[in-house]
Design a protein around this ligand. Sequence first.
Ligand SMILES: NC(=O)C1=CN([C@@H]2O[C@H](COP(=O)(O)OP(=O)(O)OC[C@H]3O[C@@H](n4cnc5c(N)ncnc54)[C@H](O)[C@@H]3O)[C@@H](O)[C@H]2O)[C@H](O)CC1
Ligand SMILES: [K+]
Length: 487
Amino acid sequence: MQLSTAALYSTAQIRAAERQAIDRLGIPGRELMRRAGAALFRHIRQRWPEAGELTVFCGAGNNGGDGYEVARLAIEAGYRVIVYGLADPERLPADALSAYRDFLQAGGCVSGFEPGRSTIPGIVVDALFGIGLSRPVAAAYLPAIAAINAAAGPVVAVDVPSGLQADTGCIMGDAVAADLTVTFIGLKQGLFTGAAADCRGEVVCDDLQIGEVLEELDPACRLLTGVALPKRQRSAHKGQFGHVLLIGGNHGYSGAIRLAAEAALRAGAGLVSVATRAAHSGLVNIARPELMCRAAEQAGDLNDLLEKATVVVIGPGLGRDAWAQAMFDRALAAGKPSVVDADGLNLLARRNCRRDDWVLTPHPGEAARLLNCDTRQIGGDRYAAVAALQQRYGGVALLKGAGTLIDDGFKNHVVVAGNPGMASGGMGDVLAGLIGGLVAQGFTLGQAALAGAQLHAAAADSLAAEFGERGLLAGDLPPRIRELLNR
Ligand SMILES: NC(=O)C1=CN([C@@H]2O[C@H](COP(=O)(O)OP(=O)(O)OC[C@H]3O[C@@H](n4cnc5c(N)ncnc54)[C@H](O)[C@@H]3O)[C@@H](O)[C@H]2O)[C@H](O)CC1
Ligand SMILES: [K+]
């Protein structure tokens, strides 16, 4: 399996790279800032070649220094430039203070920002905060963020959209919604998960010519951008592609297990069996005769199915009643590689056991139950949450949501594909079945989770591009997944 990925870094790693560049390569911080300003201006001119006006909002740190740099370059290029200083420039840190003084030297001047009165013409540059934002944005800055978001012109975020925490992707009170983020040195992990999807716009990275320093760092995590599955041998037969057993579809939820089972088939599993309520066993394979369907009303009804299964997917439409508990306990006792989703996770939260041979696929609410915390805490730091899930329950933890995270205990990956059209019932069932179908074919749990999450989101993006996001149905995905995984 071929994965296409990009390195993502923590702010601590970016700062370490800056220090290395300064100490080991002998590149002064002020020079790095000059390069940052030049990169910013280059991207602005490339993207908006007709523009001639810039409004720059500068904060109290070196992010603000980058703002003064780009303002100076714009003045020197003949742009009309307005700069709003949200903090006293004379108290800027050294590199930024030097950039500010060069800006004045070039004929620039700083205005005070007056909400509702100050004009914001042309391209808007957000240089309020970068990687230095660590706590909720101070109230004095909120009107400026609101004004930037209300501006008519395109918004360019310097390094990180201000208000977005660069390690967690959490919005610290309010955040700039940028059309373009020009980030420096390396991609920050917080740009690609959680609420960052509403702030980052398009992201371009300029390494400030110190990329060599980053290469020595082990990236905090990796951005998954593509997956390619190996071609099949001509002599292959279905026995080589495993047998998925899906357990779920309690009263009122037969559709969930049906969606998961179809996804397992479309993933390429050799055989797919469904164990569900007797009342549903005749329904689930209507219009999908390839599915084998068995009534299971007590634990013993699973015995022979578990024996034959390569992988078990437990949870879609399972419910939490006595039947669900019996199915869950029996399935776990079989000790087969498993994908645990939906109510399977809610039952697991009651037991809190740890294994190495399962993939857990919670959404934030299920993750909160598994970690006995509040859903807000999950959103507050999704990276910490997925790591906590993996450490506590073992195996592979996959935390769904914008910027799905996958932690296999060794490496953390982020899936940047996906869109709000996926916020509809059954999407999780399809993902669970897809991952099960990939495990059945011999991919490791980690590979199946990564490829499943990527293919699932990429299929949703492909369909949304063709038909729009609203009205995208979980059942639309399996055929498109099949197309993508054969490319
Ligand atoms: N040579 C270099 O260091 C380079 C830095 N680059 C740019 O610098 C920023 C990081 O700068 P830093 O000064 O560390 O922090 P920030 O400017 O991001 O912001 C911190 C600044 O804002 C104040 N602050 C922090 N949190 C809050 C808050 N919640 N409310 C209000 N004010 C807050 C804090 O006191 C500081 O004054 C990096 O992102 C790059 O843009 C260059 O790009 C490369 C060279
Ligand atoms: K910024």
